[in-house]
Design a protein around this ligand. Sequence first.
Ligand code: GLY
Length: 283
Amino acid sequence: MTSADIRQRFLNFFKERDHKVLPSSSLIPFGDPTLLFTSAGMVPFKPYFLGQASPPFPRVTTCQKVFRSSDIDVVGHDGHHLTFFEMLGNFAFGDYFKEKAIPYAYEFLTKHLAIEEKRLWAGIHNDDDESDQIWTKTGIPPERIRRFGDEYNFWAAGPTGPCGPDSEIHYDWGEEYGCGRPDCGPNCEYCDRFLEIWNLVFIQWNRDESGIRTPLTKKGIDTGMGLERITSVVSQKQSLFDTDPFLPLIEHWEQETMPGAARCCSPTGSSRRTTGAAMSSDV
Ligand code: GLY
């Protein structure tokens, strides 16, 4: 399954569940002085979450081009962080909340992308007993649900605006990729065994400049799943740079810059072309 197939399956899945499919909005947010770039799928919908404008559709789905610099320092180091990427998302403006968002996500991953159930873990906010119950009912057993504070399970598009606790879905690459510590799990600081693939945000506050969170009249759903990350899981490649959105570009530029180069292995385990000189300096 290619990234294009996954994108289409995602949009179709939510279309069949009464979401309006909208095109990606501009990478430069329109009329939003708080952001330089569109950093999430929810950015174009902020006025709807805040109740400042009436949404033309109660449920929406998109594949939004986004740019993030918040973790630019790790881009290129771990194989799963990017600056520019595509984000798949489903959004509800007061129409449904956790009780639907969680089962939708689980159904899409397990039934439509055929991801093994035992590989999925959920991170939830320390205070979120409701999500705990919904996840357990949906299919993730308590031993694969971990609780975290705001550092991991609270989300906002910027310092101000719509925000809320979230629940992240993590993919387990397997014990053999872990650090072996007894408490190894999602957000482990010591290894990359777990990959966060989808963030389900339960929008319920508007945060102001002083950090005060005012409850919104209508709660909303904002989810974000990086297309490149889910493609890496579906194609069982731990590095995003070994998946179809990147390989043709990498191979093209390898050919342009190093014509006639031989193939060798990259640190990520992929096949790469490189020159004899580069090969010897690598060893
Ligand atoms: N809006 C949710 C996310 O980007 O993670």
